[in-house]
Design a protein around this ligand. Structure first.
Ligand SMILES: Cc1ncc(C[n+]2csc(CCOP(=O)(O)OP(=O)(O)O)c2C)c(N)n1
Ligand SMILES: [Mg+2]
Length: 609
């Protein structure tokens, strides 16, 4: 007889999750850092009871908004290079659907989160329960079906013993670098509370090994040949370089071969900003150095990148007619992009192998020197933009002040608005985990909860959250959670009275900034104070610098509120483009002119077949 224990389905799930261990390169850690939640019917008596009964199993953190708690879980997972996750538990109905945006964000960014929304009764006896969706054509629909397209694994636990296969599948996907993203286990509220005989083996500690897979030899040799044959090769370093802890391997590869590297948003920090091979940001928000090299590259070695439109400047970045791609990626989906030689494998193991295969090979000195010259010229441009002296302060100078105040290992967090592009270009990243801009989903409101997740994963680092007034207003509630948990964030709230980013985009497209101004004066600093943060108000750069120093002395969450000018000229673009379609017919001359420009620019877009 197999040993077993009688537990509710919810108790079994919580016991199982607390016993999961992840291991890579011989380093082990408990996979789940804890559980974020907001209780309602659908989880209070099931998962809630299980957490209440065994508080030793998972740290429970009550959150303010379900979307935000998923953001926090994402921030945590990213900071730990996907070697850790949080469980997020919600009620049925609105609590559940509030997590859908978080799920999409996690899946787009390929970061693990485990979502357990409550669901309607499996028995269907008391239907329709509060918050239940009914349709006349299907009996088995619930609002949780919204999670299907945004989850890498979705299951609905209709009977208590289904916890076993559902939980095992969830762990397989969460711990797989190629498959990971949001995992959703919809959990009907009656099933959560039902008991079954849980096999002891299911509850025992279980280790999930993260392999470092290598592509096959034939692909590796073909890739090495292609790189050797190229005269102007370029690395595009994506998030996979950082998640795989391949930054030293990339550095060794670049130093041995002389090949320079541009960085995507998720890949920024792959090389330190002052490394001679580091061209910095690439693409629509790229540096003059990276975009110049990209334009002439005859071979692009993409490592851990999904080639978003920002990275490829909407497929206009790589202009050499003969450009070919080699793609190192754990996910076949990405490895095959742009008709590249697909190296499906781990970034670190594959870069190390490529470095061996290319032993003795170097790019021409003139090409190496040209890249190094561009890198130095770019650094001068950053120095110029950091030093802009305006009243109110220029955003680039705000970024410069935060960069100067932060230590190399500190983390800057951002997600939406005009700041991600400026940070991508200007932030001087000194540590692989020093730059955290969520730009897969670029979700307004990610900043504060995302920063909370980062700090929970790396309490030894100072976390600087840069947040615009629009983003702040959308989701400030997790400030309370940071205060409640005694987690220190230094939040720089850049209030420019509206949507500077979309306003500038709108004006460039002939629509005059329509709808992008904040028409009501809101005292966001007072709001932050009321939520429990220590608040400093800064009117000038000197006051900002002073506030940043004072913030270092604080032990709890600080908000530094600084006002900037939404209409001030921002950081320019550098030989790049982003495809945003303009109306083909319109009454205004401005729109018609923008359309003509658009038609012209779009001609440069390529398919890379
Ligand atoms: C949830 C969400 N809604 C809408 C958008 C589209 N959007 C991108 S940036 C932005 C404005 C951001 O305003 P703010 O935070 O004040 O930053 P600023 O542009 O002023 O720097 C909007 C509406 C988005 N990215 N996310
Ligand atoms: Mg704004």
């Amino acid at each position: 007889m197999e040993r077993s224990e009688r537990l509710t389905a919810a108790q079994a799930l919580v016991r199982f999750l607390a016993a999961q261990v992840i291991e890579r390169d011989g380093v082990r850690r408990r996979f789940f850092g804890g559980c974020f939640g907001i209780f309602g019917h659908g989880n209070v008596a099931g998962i809630g009871q299980a957490l209440f009964e065994r508080p030793d199993l998972l740290r429970y953190v009550p959150a303010r908004n379900e979307q935000a708690m998923v953001h926090a879980a994402v921030g945590y997972a990213r900071q730990l290079n996907r070697l850790g996750a949080w469980l997020c538990t919600s009620s049925i109905g609105p609590g559940a659907t509030n997590m859908v945006t978080g799920a999409a964000l996690a899946t787009v960014n390929r970061l693990p989160v485990l979502l357990v929304p409550g669901d309607v009764f499996a028995s269907r006896l008391p239907d329709p329960v509060l918050q239940q969706l009914e349709t006349n054509a299907r009996g088995d629909v619930s609002v949780n079906d919204c999670f299907v397209p945004v989850s890498r694994y979705f299951d609905r636990i209709e009977r208590p013993e289904q916890v076993i296969p559902a939980a095992l599948a969830a762990m397989r996907v969460l711990t797989s670098p190629a498959e990971t993203g949001a995992v959703t286990l919809a959990f009907p509220q009656d099933v959560q509370a039902e008991a079954f005989d849980v096999p002891a083996a299911f509850l025992e500690e279980r280790m999930w090994h993260v392999p470092r897979a290598l592509p096959d030899d034939a692909s590796l040799c073909a890739a090495a040949d292609a790189i050797r044959a190229a005269r102007r090769p370029l690395v595009v370093a994506g998030g996979g370089v950082i998640y795989s802890e391949a930054t030293n391997a990339l550095r060794a590869f670049c130093e041995a071969t002389g090949i320079p590297a541009g960085e995507t948003q998720a890949g920024k920090g792959a090389l330190p900003f002052d490394h001679p091979s580091c061209l910095g940001a690439i693409g629509a928000t790229g540096t003059a150095a990276a975009n110049r090299v990209a334009a002439g590259a005859d071979l692009v070695l993409g490592v851990g990148t999904r080639y978003s439109d920002f990275t490829t400047a909407s497929k206009t970045a790589f202009r050499n007619p003969d450009v070919r791609f080699v793609n190192v990626n754990v996910a076949g989906l990405d490895a095959h992009k742009h008709a590249g030689i697909a190296l499906a494998g781990d970034a670190r193991a594959t870069l190390e192998r490529l470095t061996e295969l290319l032993a003795g090979h170097e790019v021409e000195t003139s090409y190496r020197e040209e890249a190094e010259r561009l890198v130095r010229a770019w650094d001068d441009e950053v120095t110029r933009l950091y030093a802009l002296d305006a009243e109110p302060p220029a955003q680039s100078a705000v970024i410069g002040a935060v960069n100067a105040a932060s230590a190399p290992q500190d983390v800057v967090v951002c997600a939406a608005g005009s700041m991600p592009g400026d940070l991508h270009k200007l932030w001087r990243t000194r540590d692989p985990k020093g730059y955290h801009v969520e730009y897969g989903y670029s979700c307004m409101g990610y900043e504060i909860p995302g920063g909370l997740g980062v700090k929970l994963a790396a309490p030894e680092r100072e976390v600087y959250v840069l947040v615009g007034d629009g983003s702040y207003l959308m989701l400030p509630g997790e400030l309370v959670t940071a205060v409640q948990e005694g987690v220190k964030l230094t939040i720089v709230l850049v209030d420019n009275g509206g949507y500077a980013s979309i306003g500038a985009l709108s004006r460039s497209l002939g629509t005059d900034g329509f709808g992008t101004e904040q028409p009501v004066a809101v005292d966001l600093a007072a709001n932050a104070e009321s939520l429990g943060a220590r608040v400093f108000r800064a009117e000038s750069l000197d006051e900002l610098r002073d506030a940043l120093e004072r913030a270092k002395q604080e032990t709890a969450t600080v908000v530094i509120a600084v006002k900037t000018d939404r209409l001030a000229e921002g950081v320019p673009g550098y030989e790049s483009w982003w495809d945003v379609p303009v109306a083909e017919v319109a009454q205004s001359d401005g729109v018609r002119a923008a359309r003509a420009e658009y038609d012209q620019a779009r001609r440069a877009a390529r398919r890379h077949l």
